[in-house]
Design a protein around this ligand. Sequence first.
Ligand code: SF4
Length: 316
Amino acid sequence: MPNPLLTLYLAAPRGFCAGVDRAIKIVEMALQKWGAPVYVRHEIVHNRFVVDRLRDLGAIFVEHLSDCPNDRPVIFSAHGVPKAVPAEAARRDMTFVDATCPLVSKVHIEAARHCANGLQMVMIGHAGHPETVGTMGQLADGDVLLVETVADVARLHVRNAEKLAFITQTTLSVDDTIQIVTALRARFPAIIGPHKEDICYATTNRQAAVKAIAPDIDALLVIGAPNSSNSRRLVEVGRAAGCSYSQLVERAADIDWRALAGIRAVGVTAGASAPEVLVNEVIDAFRARYEVSVEIVETAKENVEFKVPRVFREPA
Ligand code: SF4
């Protein structure tokens, strides 16, 4: 029996963003410059495949700075860190490199500027996510209030409704965030915010590409890690756009083939921390079972690139 026909809609853009690309390069360059081991505080980006490869090259991943010795370099992950972390590394006279994505750093600067102007901050983000912890940790306790949902907005106790500003995590759902911002502006008309939100170009583009393919597919597979915020948002965006079978898979081995029985069209995308090699692995797994025709659906072109820190640009 010939394999059944299947159209595979490949979302573009997908996968690595400029911030992830830079963070991985920083670890690789640190290993070249200083030799192994190089310590990395938290997963450099949320992807097991990426982390395992860097571990094989000599990176040691830890959760706390206290797990790093004073005499080895340490890298801070792309998600950003509370201010206290580099301060502690400096106090211990450690060599450290900050791989925080420049678009996250921009939010840190925004928050500090508003705070210096006497405003209390409201952060729209996910409690406990390292980016939220890092951004809130730029300011003193009580200077940033966290909201995760529209319902949280009604529960906010602010110091002064006339002196407020908001910031957002960079990897949120664009549509959910608009609703929270609308609720914030309705309750606090004087609140100051960024022109749009702080959701980054990569998150926005990947969500738009999923929305474009969702009407044509029976199932959506998002390649990404369970702790990757932007990947999980892509699953939700797929579902909200009408694709009821919308699943996160770390790699091809996770695909539930029984659940896909009878499908004619599948959508594939990847979160910003998932490498393209895993996308190819998933496409190959479909090719082994179906007569696949691949349709690339490109909704935006990306040419963003971030420089690595100066320490790697100076001659050795
Ligand atoms: S998802 Fe956006 S904010 Fe996060 S690392 Fe990538 S470009 Fe930076």
